[in-house]
Design a protein around this ligand. Sequence first.
Ligand SMILES: [Zn+2]
Ligand SMILES: [Zn+2]
Length: 138
Amino acid sequence: MKNTYKTKAREVIIAYLESHNDKRFTAREIFEAVSKEEAAIDRTTVYRNLDRLYEGGELLKFKEPNQDAWFYQYSKEHEHCNKHMHGQCSVCGKIFHLDKDFVNEFSEKLLNEYGLDMDPSKTVIIGTCSDCRHIRKK
Ligand SMILES: [Zn+2]
Ligand SMILES: [Zn+2]
């Protein structure tokens, strides 16, 4: 029985995030949304599942510009988000999946030249996206 309950929680969380995959949520927001659908799911279960999904590369976890909270976002086409770096716009918060080859070459160079074995799941390059650069110029 306990196992079914756990699987259920995971399913409800994924279903929710998948249907809002253009948005990012704090763990608290996810818990509140999910508990409306499944009253039996407790906060700890939600938080634990979020961490597990993040470790499995199914969710992105990042900090939003100027906010001191972690945000989660579902990554449909990017099921290996723990294996590549991400870029983030410091104005609108948009996330870029830096999964091109030259980025991997860059991390190899870091290791060879500096001895730094970068952890891609924790590395976010901050910048300004093209949309926000255009707005700024106006
Ligand atoms: Zn990614
Ligand atoms: Zn932007």
